[in-house]
Design a protein around this ligand. Structure first.
Ligand SMILES: N[C@@H](CCC(=O)N[C@@H](CS)C(=O)NCC(=O)O)C(=O)O
Length: 222
């Protein structure tokens, strides 16, 4: 019997990247959900799986993996027959690695904005200066994507890949901070990837995004 695959997840977080990729590969993980607001990632059992107390964590092949980028690379390398990433020596390998990790450049900006705009317990603790800077940096980081998507449908010329599963979730969060009408190609790309059955399935399995309480967060005055 095959060992179960277990994904430790928070709805609307980076664990979505892994869940979506697993479904794209036709794999069926058990999803273990945590509630950030209840401090469930701080519990000793979870900290034993993830040293920094973060999701995603994936239990697979008798191992416990953390870091969404590393998990993505591991899955694509150990399941290379799924064809979701160029392997070393193949065309577009460098671009694949670049976009895969660039998704974290964007992910960290969003994390900083989430902290400022959503998670600080008192709005008086927010820094309009920091928020303004991070929103500008996020918009700058989206520009290269807009340029590349003017020429091709996905981040790689060869078609849909695990670089797209890494990037997808960050765009859904980014739209809460940067107006996407400035990025028409990126908006089309976002709609294209979100229409994929595996994306929709991951959305259903993770449940509703728990923390954004509005469509768009303006930079506060200050
Ligand atoms: N670079 C890591 C970042 C993981 C991370 O920060 N995950 C967030 C959710 S998106 C988390 O678990 N945050 C909980 C916390 O900071 O307490 C990855 O890509 O997996």
């Amino acid at each position: 019997m095959q060992e179960p695959i277990r994904l430790h997840s928070v709805a609307g977080s980076r664990s979505f990247r892994v869940l979506w990729l697993l479904y794209e590969m036709g794999l069926e993980p058990e999803v273990i959900s945590y509630d950030l607001a209840k401090g469930e990632l701080r519990k000793p059992d979870f900290q034993g799986l993830s040293p920094a107390g973060r999701v995603p964590v994936l239990e697979i092949d008798g191992q416990v993996l953390f870091e969404s980028g590393a998990i993505t690379e591991y899955l694509c390398e150990t399941r290379s027959e799924k064809g979701l990433a160029p392997m070393p020596g193949e065309d577009e390998r460098a671009q694949y690695l670049t976009w895969l990790h660039y998704a974290e450049t964007i992910g960290v900006l969003i994390q900083n904005l989430n902290l400022q705009q959503v998670f600080l317990p008192d709005p008086a603790m927010r820094s309009p200066t920091v928020i303004g800077i991070e929103v500008k940096r996020l918009a700058v980081s989206l520009k290269p994507l807009e340029r590349i998507l003017a020429e091709q449908d996905f981040l790689l010329r060869r078609g849909f890949s695990a670089a797209d599963t890494m990037m997808g979730f960050t765009l859904e969060s980014a739209r809460h901070y940067v107006r996407f009408d400035r990025f028409p190609k990126l908006s089309d790309y976002k709609a294209r990837i979100e229409a994929r059955p595996a994306y929709q399935r991951a959305l259903e399995a993770e449940g509703l995004q728990q923390f954004y309480d509005r469509e768009f967060y303006e930079v506060p005055e200050g």
